[in-house]
Ligand binder design. Structure first.
Ligand SMILES: *Cc1c(COP(=O)(O)O)cnc(C)c1O
Length: 476
């Protein structure tokens, strides 16, 4: 299994990359994203055998399709999935349990992906990634300083995955006073020596600008091994493929049945994993993409025009983890859409990188997209979220968060055929308690452990928008 760039480099044999090389690298040198040369397939017999596997063994079986045994021994991979996907960490033996939302909408199911340490689906990939990073860094005799900016979910999932791991330190910038009290407690209560929280007196964009400024200092970057764990990381995508296969197997009894998935989307990382699962052979009928008011992706799937927006045109919404107007992982899907034509892809992204847009509406690829790749898309608003949270609670007793509500709202529109629709739950209601309260009139109740966490001492360094000081901290 070899990896190439969406923009065409590494195309000759000698340059192709292995999984372990791709795991620790970010963008390809030509600015593209790494993808396996061809998507591996599984057989009907394998899918049948997978029905009875526990989650961690299914994860090892699926991910090993993307990894050569002589690159990363499959037995080591299996040991890592076994350690990562446990009841202790994810709350149940099923890891991603299904709940029926039949009383809201016939055929609608909810797949719980948010029972990990930070109560959002990013734990599903990040918990394994922490182990893979520690393993690879030790093997390659390297260390890594992860530098990131977060407005919530990604930063905390990265910190909980990397805490206490050898060879890795995390420096996570967040806008001071702009995260919820719950999110602050979750991140800042970590006392591990390798976790560094930095609250910047500014907005999220200021945090991101600092990360860019530090990363653009190539000498500093090389000297201190600066890296990231952002959503273009291929290890995160393959780890997410697993729960689509599990969701399918849990909702069906025979491989002749199909299901559809409804996915709340921002950076296109989650639903890209669904696309890969479908390409591998999972009998997925439709991939239903849900956006909030920041609907660049829904616009593309409904019109053929991809027009990323500037930060000034990005709305602050009540599903904030989807407030994204340029979907990094989308490039990987378009590469497949264009029949793996790297030269054509590179032409399109030349425009995107210049702040422009592209229009595929008159191409045969766009016209055949629904049929070939199964995508449909829709946009949900604040009012839709409130109504969906309220109605779901009243009819089923299940409290969902704002992002999940976007998926349930759009998913319902497509849940009218005989094929079940699985809506992916990407966070628990407690993380976005204020909007949930607006919908149902009460705050989601906290568990005893969560109440205890809120009371823990917090470790955070607060500073102005100060690149030099962030560098000093990393150097120290
Ligand atoms: C990150 C996130 C999303 C969006 O996922 P993408 O992979 O960026 O499309 C949706 N919901 C929640 C709660 C998230 O944290």
């Amino acid at each position: 299994m070899k990896y190439i760039s969406t923009r065409g480099s590494f195309a000759n044999i000698a340059q192709k990359q292995s999984f372990s090389q791709v795991l620790l690298s970010g963008l390809a040198e030509d600015g593209g994203l790494m993808l396996p040369e061809t998507v591996p397939k599984f057989t009907d017999a394998e899918l049948t055998a997978w029905r009875t596997l526990p989650y961690h063994a299914l994860a090892a079986a699926v991910i090993s399709k993307f990894v050569d045994n002589n690159d990363l021994p499959h037995a080591d991979l299996a040991a890592m999935t076994k350690a990562a996907y446990t009841k202790e960490v994810f709350g149940t033996d099923e890891i991603t349990p299904l709940t029926s939302l039949e009383k809201l909408q016939p055929g609608l199911l909810l797949q719980g992906l948010s029972n990990g340490p930070t109560l959002a689906f990013k734990d599903m990939a990040m918990q394994l990634l922490g182990r893979l990073f520690e393993y690879e860094l030790a093997r390659q005799n390297k260390t890594l300083n992860i530098l990131g900016a977060t407005s919530g979910d990604t930063g905390s999932a990265a910190e909980y995955a990397m805490r206490g791991r050898k060879g890795v330190s995390v420096f996570m910038l967040s806008p001071a006073g702009r995260m919820s009290a719950f999110q602050r407690a979750q991140m800042f209560s970590l006392q591990d020596a390798n976790i560094h929280n930095i609250a910047v007196e500014g907005v999220f964009d200021d945090c991101q600008d600092i990360v860019k400024a530090v990363s653009n200092d190539l000498e500093f970057k090389r000297k201190h091994n600066i890296g990231t764990v952002n959503s273009i990381n291929w290890g995160r995508i393959v780890a997410q493929v697993v729960y689509y296969v599990r969701g399918y197997l849990s909702a069906t009894t025979s491989n002749s049945q199909k299901v559809s998935f409804a996915v709340p989307s921002g950076n296109f990382g989650n639903i890209l994993a669904g696309h890969i699962a479908r390409e591998m052979g999972t009998p997925i009928d439709t991939l239903i993409l849900a956006t909030n008011e920041n609907n660049v992706l829904a616009e593309f799937f409904n019109t053929g025009v991809y027009r990323p927006r500037k930060s000034a045109e990005t709305y602050e919404t009540s599903s904030p983890s989807m407030d994204i107007s340029k979907a990094s992982n989308f490039e990987r899907f378009v590469y497949h859409l264009l029949g793996n034509d790297a030269a054509r892809l590179a032409e399109l992204w030349k425009e995107v990188d210049r702040g422009g847009s592209f229009d595929l509406s008159n191409t045969p690829e766009y016209k055949g997209l629904r049929e070939r790749f199964g995508f449909v898309a829709g946009t949900s608003t604040h009012a839709n979220r409130l109504a969906t949270i309220r109605e779901t609670y009243e009819k089923t007793g299940t409290l969902i968060d704002t992002h999940t509500a976007d998926a349930v709202f759009i998913g319902r529109e497509f849940a009218k055929s005989a094929i079940p629709v699985i809506a992916l739950e990407t966070a628990l209601a407690i993380k976005f308690g204020a909007t949930v309260q607006e919908a149902v009139g009460f705050e989601p109740p906290m568990t005893n452990a969560q109440r205890a966490m809120m009371a823990l001492p917090q470790k955070v360094t607060t500073m102005g928008v100060d690149v030099a000081r962030v560098k000093q901290m990393i150097a120290a």
